[in-house]
Design a binder for this molecule. Structure first.
Ligand SMILES: C[S@@+](CC[C@H](N)C(=O)[O-])C[C@H]1O[C@@H](n2cnc3c(N)ncnc32)[C@H](O)[C@@H]1O
Length: 463
């Protein structure tokens, strides 16, 4: 692989001859594949993959590959992720019930892990600035089937204006120069230059400035990149410590992880050694840098920021409550299924917007004027006296053992269903059913008296 000359010189200088040779040789070796299972799903270990090689530092991560056609994937039982990239979400140490923000979230590798750790309790706001990438993020989180997720497509600046001092935990998995991706995706090299590294550094500071506005006075921040450049790693952490009331929290070093390099930052701050670097040559996965910081700002200082917020005149919302009759119509369908605990009292909080019935994860008023792709669980669509359950609900219902369930009998039927075709079935069930393959629920369908399974797999997802 032909690395940029200035890149070679830089790392020879930083690492010395012996270690830089190992580093360059490792860039030419094959990359490591990993996947994470989804503990939110029913019998979540029931997958076709070998679980013989677990990744030590996370609960549900394993070495190995998966395919996007597998029923484990379409049903959200599994997510393919570089093993090193599993560490930032672990480092944030999220507890059920907390309010968590993943500010640079697409395609959702870390958001899906954060949703697992929250166990449907508290809130995850997964934000992505790019419209097309935000769509992928929404789809990946939809498959994951958590009930407490909001997906936004916003700039950090607009988000921070709405949600000052709001989050207990924030992950900034920043856009970076991507040196840690050179092995897996050599095309990443074409953008690299010393100037590009500095452009990334400036953007990271802008993003973090907004993140800090949203962090609670006693909140915690994880900053991560998939690059090795000290300008985007230790230098950024030193900048955070110098400009905010942030303290570096030591991260646990697992085999294959290295300490951050204090002497690679101009500040030479000794605590920088408590950050973590994952090098190709150390065998965990691709390149990653992770830092965990705690806000130690006095609570009074932070609350004064909230008071400064002006109450602007808000646009009239299209969101309304449901009538009793509408609730009955929805309940008639939902009563056939076992809901996760977090949706048991759905009648109390359910809302609708132009017929889209949803159980919000957060009061929609709070997010007024933001670009929201998902708020909680869309239960389905009310069409006059009829209710059609949503695809998202099918993925959510995969959390529980279900009776109103049709297991497709072979791979051909599964492939046909993914393609959007109807299937002739032999079943007593009628009306809306959950459709599964190998017990992995991945869609709704509807069976009529003719025993034809009508296809409700969304057009946008068909393969
Ligand atoms: C490293 S990727 C995130 C990967 C993601 N956390 C995951 O685990 O799947 C960085 C993300 O930051 C987004 N991004 C780029 N410029 C940004 C900006 N100025 N503010 C916020 N996010 C930005 C990119 O679109 C990209 O999706």
């Amino acid at each position: 692989m032909s690395l940029p000359v200035e890149f070679i010189k830089k790392y020879q200088n930083l690492l010395g001859e012996e270690e830089s040779n190992k580093f360059f040789a490792a860039i030419d070796s094959s990359s490591k594949k990993g996947f994470r299972l989804n503990p939110l799903k029913n019998n979540y270990h029931d997958v076709q993959y070998s679980l013989a090689d677990p990744i030590e530092f996370t609960s549900d991560g394993y070495y190995g590959g998966i395919s996007g056609r597998d029923s484990e994937w379409t049903s959200g039982y599994v997510y393919s992720q570089d093993p090193s990239a599993m560490y930032p979400a672990v480092a944030l140490n999220v507890k059920p019930g907390e309010k968590v923000l993943d500010l640079c979230a697409a395609p959702g590798g870390k958001s899906t892990a954060l949703a697992s750790f929250l166990e449907n309790k508290g809130l995850l706001v997964a934000n992505e600035i790019s419209k097309s990438r935000a769509k992928d993020l929404r789809e990946n989180l939809e498959r994951w089937g958590a009930t407490n997720v909001v997906v936004t497509n916003e700039s950090p600046e607009r988000l921070s204006k709405k949600l000052p001092n709001f989050f207990d935990k924030i992950l900034v998995d920043a856009p970076c120069s991507g040196e840690g991706m050179f092995r897996k995706d050599p095309a990443a090299m074409q953008y690299w230059s010393p100037e590009y590294v500095l452009t990334c550094q400036a953007r990271q500071k802008e993003i973090l400035t907004q993140a800090m506005k949203m962090l609670k006075a006693d909140g915690e921040l994880v900053y991560s990149t998939c690059t090795y450049s000290p300008e985007e790693d230790e230098e950024i952490v030193a900048w955070l410590v110098e400009n905010y009331h942030l303290k570096i929290e030591p991260l646990k070093l697992y085999p294959g992880m290295s300490m951050g390099k204090s002497d690679w930052s101009k500040s030479n701050l000794p605590e920088l050694k408590d950050t973590v670097r994952l090098w190709f040559q150390n065998g965990v996965g691709e390149g990653q840098f992770v830092a965990h910081l705690r806000n130690t700002e006095a609570v009074e200082d932070a609350s004064s920021k909230v008071k400064k917020r002006k109450k602007k005149h808000q646009k009239k919302s299209s969101i309304t409550r449901l009538t009793k009759d509408e609730i009955t119509t929805v309940a008639k369908v939902l009563d056939n299924f076992v809901l996760p605990d977090s949706l048991e009292n759905w009648q109390k909080t359910v809302l609708q917007s132009n017929g889209h019935v949803f159980v919000p994860a957060v009061d929609p008023e709070l997010l007024n004027e933001l670009h929201i792709l998902n708020n909680g669980v869309e239960l389905g669509l009310l069409k006059k006296k009829r209710f059609e359950p949503s695809h998202q609900l099918a993925e959510v219902l995969g959390q529980k053992e279900q009776k109103q369930l049709l297991n497709l009998k072979n791979e051909t039927d599964y492939e046909h269903y993914l393609h959007g075709e109807t299937i002739k079935v032999n079943s007593e069930l009628r009306g809306f059913v959950l459709v599964a393959y190998q017990n992995h629920i991945f869609s709704f369908g509807k069976i009529g008296n003719d025993q034809i399974l009508k296809n409700f797999y969304p057009k946008g997802l068909r393969k």
